[in-house]
Unconditional design. Sequence first.
Length: 110
Amino acid sequence: MRTPTRRGIRRRTSTLLTGERQGTVVELKILKDENKELKVEFEDLDLGLANYVVDGLLKEKDVEFASASYTHPLEGCVVITIKAPNAKKALAKAVKASAAELEAVRKALE
């Protein structure tokens, strides 16, 4: 899928979930890491993919709140907000589970 960004047109692939994008690592910035709340900004991550990870977060029993939103639609940066006792661990677990599910789908389609 091609999506406009302020730097022009950039191609996005589903390999973002595993941390790779055409040979590079997904850039992220921790905006807030306080008591039971974490806000992480991902550069050039698709909102649909971020919502897929958020869906996995909401399945965890200790996650009180999780959401994904664009900082601005033309910038292409997605912010994932999590409220949980150990938010970083929950995010890592959700990303790993989502990657495994998508890998199973990819293998089924081959």
